[in-house]
Design a protein around this ligand. Structure first.
Ligand SMILES: [Fe+2]
Length: 342
């Protein structure tokens, strides 16, 4: 079962990928090395999410990994086009597949897509997406096209990152900066540098602080000043892939239960954060494809079509006796995956 059937699809870029990856190779010596250098890994420090993560009800519709072009606009965001990519690794150096990487940052002038209001910040560049997501593949890689973040009072230049490993329900947040002297748009040295920034300067471990401050190199073959940096996010924990499979579908026999009006119990393996739906098969009776309502207890109300597991182990779902042969399809999706009939 291809996992691509279950993950958000709109990740795309309309740029020259070959040029991008060639540039990435020139600035990252260990880009394709497997996990045997684990002892040399520096765990990415967790720092504040900050106040400007998009509000849940306002996450922009355009949330692909291209922040430079909003939807199909002809006008691109103002600023130095910047590529950043790398891998999501666990604490042993193994690539993590299916990790959700989120990036948000200020526009060229230092304004966020969302400030403190519930609507888009009118001061923010109208052509800047401001926020993007990428779901890593089997090699753990992610990449974004964006712009160099603008400066705003109280901070030096920085990107905000959220990383959600498969099976986890909350993102871990960190930030990256520029290994440079920050200057404003007029070329004047900015008042807040990495050394006195209230996020970077408070990361006490020198190796960790250094890992947050990226070196950006000119993109090979460009005349427009585009730059590129690589950054590996190293989780401070081990991630065991076999525990958390890709989304998929199970064919499960329902076990008749005595109470609840002739219901069937469907038992499936549970993974934290995965969502489950039950479908009847169109070859059974005349039900067609539809998500069946179910209950979580034998005699509970059939009041839900989807359930997100909160603990590992097994999960019992109770449906009315709908499938004449007693078999059901149960779809299960990784955290963050698209909804819709599988
Ligand atoms: Fe910020």
């Amino acid at each position: 079962m291809s996992k691509n059937q279950f993950v958000p699809q709109p990740f795309h870029l309309r740029v020259d990928r070959r040029r991008f990856f060639r540039s990435m190779a020139t600035v990252s010596a260990g880009f394709t090395l497997p996990g045997f250098l684990a002892e040399a890994l520096t765990i990415s420090p967790t720092v504040t999410q900050g106040p400007y993560y998009p509000l849940a009800r306002n996450i922009p519709l355009d949330k692909d990994n291209d922040l430079v072009q909003l939807n199909d606009n002809l006008t691109l965001a103002a600023g130095v086009v910047t590529y950043v990519g790398g891998r999501v690794l666990d604490s042993s150096g193994n690539p993590v597949s299916g990790a959700l990487v989120e990036l948000w940052h200020a526009d060229r002038e230092g304004d966020y897509l969302y400030s403190t209001s519930a609507t888009r910040n009118s001061a923010c560049d109208a052509n800047f997406a401001g926020f993007g997501q990428y779901l890593t593949g089997p090699d753990g890689r992610y990449w974004f096209r964006t712009i160099k973040a603008g400066l705003y009072r109280g901070r030096t230049r920085h990107y905000h990152w959220g990383i959600t490993l498969p099976g986890e329900k909350t993102r871990t947040t960190t930030q990256t900066g520029w290994n440079e002297v920050a200057r404003d748009l007029n070329g004047a040295v900015w008042e807040t540098q990495n050394s006195n920034d209230n996020v970077f300067s408070t990361v006490s471990n020198a190796a960790q602080r250094s890992s947050m401050l990226l070196d950006f190199a000119a993109v090979e073959g460009t005349t427009t000043g585009e730059v590129v940096a690589t950054w590996d996010y190293v989780a401070g924990r081990t991630y065991t892939e076999p525990t958390y499979p890709n989304g998929g579908r199970l064919v499960v026999a329902g076990v008749p239960v005595s109470s609840g009006g002739g219901r069937f119990r469907i038992t499936v393996p549970a993974y934290v954060g995965y969502s489950y739906e039950v479908y009847a098969n169109p070859t059974f009776a005349d039900l067609g494809w539809k998500a069946l309502p179910f209950a979580l207890t034998e005699s509970g109300t059939l009041d839900r079509n989807i359930h997100t597991a909160a603990s590992e182990g097994s999960l019992d779902l109770y449906v009315a006796a709908a499938a004449t042969k007693g078999f059901f399809y149960v779809s299960y999706r990784v955290p963050g995956a698209n909804t819709g009939t599988p």
